[in-house]
Design a binder for this molecule. Sequence first.
Ligand code: ADE
Length: 248
Amino acid sequence: MTQPLHLGLLGAMPEEIGTDLSHLKDLRCSDHGDLTIHRGSWGDNVHLSLAWSGWGKVSAARAATRLLASDPSIDLLVFTGVAGAADQTLHQWDVVLADAVVQHDMDARPLFPRFTLPALNQDRLKPQPAWFHWAKTALLEAHETGELDGFERPSSGLIATGDSFIGDPAVLQALRDALPDLRAVEMEGAAVAQVAEQEGVPWLVLRVISDGADEAAAQSFEDFVRRYEQQAWRLIEALLQRCDDTPQ
Ligand code: ADE
């Protein structure tokens, strides 16, 4: 019998995980100021601690810190939700697992190079290879078996985080110029990754494309999120179904 996996799960908005938590057993919750942490189990081998952080880096970092401090047994912290496409080959419903994240608005020049996080003296943060490969394999397998019907084939790449909703092609192009391998933009992932790194906990950032980070982004985002709420849990479940193969 393998050790149960304790997954810490965060999303910015309820729609990004799904508000129906009835698939969890022994559900209980605790309030920490305005943050509610929900705990429960899934199947026989997964414990979950989850919360909706709110938008942006500060809210995400605060929720990650609270979640990790609330239970030292969390094995892996996953931030999930939607993202804008920076790579023009990506479209709505494409799944992107970050192989690296960067805070695109971190700029302490001339003291540190652009994007470098002074606390870690690093610009890009990468998930631990064993956890990344587990998640990528799990998602591809789930896609092949049809469990991710409706989602597009999962891929991986660089995701950039910053405190702006990108809906201006010129702003997006400037980010692409600075980060040529950029695939998606969002507002929380790299902040959570930084907290997890500093706390010594493995992390993953898993996103689904909701918009093109262009003039139509706000409308596409709103339409998408409404539909996504019913589907979000299936993406999480694709990972949970494969928790017996985790690298812990
Ligand atoms: N999350 C989803 N779409 C986004 C966008 N266009 N910019 C920033 N974060 C996002």
